[in-house]
Design a protein around this ligand. Sequence first.
Ligand code: UDP
Ligand code: MG
Length: 336
Amino acid sequence: MGQKRDNISNCESELPLPRNAPSLAVIVPCYNEEEAFSACLEELNSVLAGLLETGKITDESYILFVDDGSRDKTWSLIKQAAVANKFVRGLKLSRNRGHQIALIAGLSAVGADACISIDADLQDDTDCISQMIDKYREGNDIVYGVRNDRSSDSFFKRFTAESFYKFMAFMGISQIPNHADYRLLSRRALDALLQFRESNIYLRGMIPLLGFSAAKVYYSRRERVAGESKYPLRKMLALAIEGITSLTIMPLRLISALGFFTCFIALVVALYAIIEKIRGEALTGWTSMMIAVLFIGGVQLLSLGVVGEYIGKIYMETKARPKYFIEDIAGREELP
Ligand code: UDP
Ligand code: MG
């Protein structure tokens, strides 16, 4: 690559890019996506064929579908596709482990020069893939797909997502707003990511920790092509908690601050109570006592809950259980 860079200064009219056309792996996590699968396959297949034709990627490129323990026909569709289409490979996890772990499973299996992760529902614009590769070839190791339009999301989803990003920023977690898990990673960024050994995974927050040069491509998010969202509120909340607790201990600090504050208030109230007692006017108010007891009780329980959340994470991390098991693979060539 150093030699390539030297060439740049000699050739002003047509600058060679710092990187050659990569072999590309497109990682697609799928959970009960039988309805969206064929549209997804067709679109990604034509995108890859186009890129191959224009010489933007090499012919070792492929699409890797990761079946995250689906209970519908998704895996048999992936297997069929892998037989019929040389671009297609598949990986089946032994059970549903969630989007983030399905992505890690896919990423761990990649041997290509670059990989792009994308959802199976085609909400993310596949036209960006070509731009992502351009940015990669210009020398970027990470290319974020960023939505510039959330109009296809419901008001509720938009509101909760925006509040979540603001809250995360308040907690000091840097992440790219309106970027989900549609991104390109170069080989070295991917190798760096795979060195993170933790089992609490929130990729969006981990990728900026890698460093390396990054770029963004913008697109407007479409409607789901078929099927329903596989992210009900429960999973969204779990992801949010995972995101916070895996990246920052700010909530623990906030509890300490709250503790100090309550102690200070308690001191003031205690002084007041003693003065009243000395003045002989101590008519102990039931209401104020109830409020104080309930408030402090509530704060304590909440704080204990937050502390417990972290202890739970430590517990899971120390067990260091395997994150997933591969039950089956499909497609040509070597997959681990
Ligand atoms: N997904 C997964 N495991 C899960 C939930 C979702 O692999 O437990 C996949 C799903 O098949 C899709 C992607 O993650 O490819 C994003 O899910 P979805 O589109 O339902 O989320 P939304 O766009 O509604 O946030
Ligand atoms: Mg979606």
